[in-house]
Design a protein around this ligand. Structure first.
Ligand code: GRF
Length: 296
């Protein structure tokens, strides 16, 4: 049950506990204050008393949970929760507030990753408080990959994909469409993207590569191999490239590049660390930039 709530509310385990406590205490507070207020008035028939009481607690409840949510550190969650309820009940118009058409509907990102997922984590952190963007899905091809732990910890649904279906089936397009994914971000995803998926998401799939493309890209050029090749060639600089994904490995139009020096004596690990720092600094902001452009 806890896991389901984490996924539904997109929060971690501790937050679920704090939110449930807020609900419980807020509910009790509502009942208590409601009765106290009712005692101040002398309301005749019992049925009328009940009607007035229900109306009163309905009005008091949002206020009570908001007050209780402050010491529990869950104010933002409850503001969003109440707005969502308000919209469902037709009290708040769908054209106002979070997720509105006016401000641009919430954009949903799927992150594809095969490894540790440090870039995925940075992107998740970056968008955590930005209600216009939701990291809606983590797609992974490798059981046990670190990124799956991140998905679990963050309460983000994860999809472990199979080779056969990805390359020779529907490439999971149906799942992505059902989940209303707007943008696919490849953050260390090692499988080539099938043409069908590229066509289903034209200009909506981006990748990060740990070198300055077009150099050191292509099949087999990933992770440590890239850095080893850069060092072996005696390059004075390397960097990162964020680019659109097309039918060839590391080939689509470049969106952004940033460079860093390659120092004499650099090992693969040292260079990898420097490159990761660049990725963590720029990838989330470039993704945000792309999302903003999608709104126009
Ligand atoms: C990054 O260096 C990225 O450029 C490459 O794969 C690596 C993924 O690292 N495509 P992490 O899993 O995000 O830590």
């Amino acid at each position: 049950m806890f896991n389901r709530l984490q996924q539904k509310w997109k929060v971690n385990g501790l937050q679920v506990a704090l939110i449930l406590s807020t609900f419980a205490i807020g509910g009790s507070l509502t009942g208590y204050v409601g009765r106290k207020l009712m005692n101040l008035f002398d309301i005749g028939p019992e049925w009328l008393w009940i009607v007035v009481y229900i109306l009163l607690v309905t009005l008091l409840w949002p206020l009570a949970v908001l007050v209780v949510s402050i010491p529990f550190g869950q104010f933002r969650f409850f503001i969003r929760y109440l707005k969502k309820m308000g919209r469902r009940m037709g009290i708040i118009s769908r054209e106002s507030g979070v997720g509105s058409r006016e401000l641009g509907a919430v954009k949903r990102i799927a992150i594809f990753a095969s490894g540790a997922g440090s870039n995925a984590q940075k992107i998740i952190d970056h968008f955590r408080e930005k209600s216009q963007v939701e990291i809606a899905l983590i797609v992974c091809n490798k059981p046990g990959a670190g990124v799956l732990e991140i998905a679990e910890k963050e309460g983000i649904p994860a999809l472990l994909i199979e080779k056969e279906r990805f390359f020779r089936g529907d490439a999971y397009i149906q799942v992505l469409k059902e989940k209303n994914i707007d943008l696919i971000v490849l953050a260390g995803f090692l499988w080539k993207i099938p043409v069908a998926l590229i066509r289903a998401y034209p200009g909506k799939i981006v990748n990060i590569h740990p070198a300055l493309l077009p150099k050191y890209g292509g099949k087999g050029m990933y992770g440590q191999f890239v850095h080893a090749a850069v060092i072996a060639a005696g390059e004075k600089e390397s960097g990162i490239t964020i680019h659109y994904v097309d039918e060839h490995y590391d080939h689509g139009d470049v969106i952004f590049q940033a460079s860093c020096p390659v120092e004499v004596g650099d090992t693969v690990a040292v260079l990898a660390k420097r490159i990761h720092e660049l990725e963590h600094k720029y990838f989330p902001v470039v993704v945000e930039e792309l999302i903003m452009r999608m709104d126009k």
